[in-house]
Design a protein around this ligand. Structure first.
Ligand code: SAM
Ligand code: ZN
Length: 267
């Protein structure tokens, strides 16, 4: 059963192969099992297939497993056992899947604007309720989500506040100041550190953060390039700078994550 709502009239959806609302708006499930609920609002440009596959290949090698474990444990600690979790910008559900394993009785939803990403998410787990949709127009009822999750994905503050229950939480992951510093040094003449976050989010109370720091050793050009393609700077970097990675076959780089925990401010 899905908890997603009709993006046109906002009524509940029901059904298996086709999801239908009381006003007869109908959305067929794709072969993979997800449903496309893109409303046209919030942009339709998610990650293309090559980026999805690069990220999937990198993540499946376990380099970010410590982060995955910390995020899943954090989400499980703030979510009721039978609660509702929404991963906003879930990608191919590397983290979502683990959250579902730790919360087997909860209803775990994921949305991403990239069809390719969501399709791979369906392959990773059949236990997830997945839709193609934008985080800026979530097909989810007001005040219905116990925990929203946002991992390296666009921060849609108004929507988080709208969909969260009064006591709901947001768990967000961002890169720390020195995240991937050695990788950046290999690409840029003058690399910049990541800006430190402003932890204030209006409508949410900052509860705390966890920091995670370690190093990873990459021993193939493929892993190095896959990691670089996962970064937000990938699209802003010149071909000449990216080409510097062609000659690198091994690299040890810093990993620094911050897991930020927020609670909804009761009205
Ligand atoms: C860096 S990836 C992170 C994916 C996943 N959370 C992870 O860490 O593996 C960012 C994701 O946000 C998605 N995205 C970008 N804009 C979006 C939007 N407006 N609504 C929903 N997803 C979006 C992309 O398609 C991509 O899958
Ligand atoms: Zn409808």
């Amino acid at each position: 059963m899905t908890k997603f709502i009709c993006p046109i009239c906002k009524e509940a959806l029901s059904g298996e192969k086709s999801l239908v609302c009381p006003n007869r708006h109908c959305f067929d499930r794709a072969k993979g099992g997800y449903v496309n609920l893109l409303s046209g609002k919030g942009g339709n440009h998610g990650d293309p297939k090559d980026m999805v596959l690069a990220r999937k290949s990198f993540l499946d090698k376990g380099f970010y497993e410590p982060l995955r474990e910390d995020i899943a444990a954090t989400v499980a600690s703030v979510t009721p056992n039978d609660g509702a979790v929404l991963d906003c910008g879930c990608g191919e559900c590397y983290y979502t899947h683990r959250i579902a394993e730790l919360l087997p009785e909860a209803h775990i939803m994921g949305i991403d604007v990239s069809k390719d990403a969501v399709n791979y998410g369906c392959k990773r787990s059949k236990a997830l309720d997945l839709a193609v949709a934008s985080v800026y127009a979530m097909p989810v009822t007001d005040l219905s989500v116990d925990t929203a999750v946002s991992i390296f994905a666009p921060c849609a503050l108004e929507e988080f506040v709208r969909v969260l229950k009064p006591e709901g939480h947001l768990v967000m992951a961002i890169g720390g100041e020195n995240h991937l510093w050695s990788l950046k040094k290999a690409v840029y003449d003058t690399p910049y550190k990541n800006e430190t976050a402003d932890y204030e989010l209006q409508g949410l109370e900052f509860v705390g953060k966890k920091e995670l720091k370690y190093a990873i050793e990459l021993s193939s050009a493929e892993d190095i390039k896959n990691l670089f393609s996962m970064t937000p700077y990938y699209h802003k970097t010149s071909r000449e700078d990216i080409a510097k990675l062609d000659t690198l076959t091994c690299l040890t780089t810093e990993i620094e994550f911050e897991i930020l925990i927020y609670k909804k401010v009761s009205a």
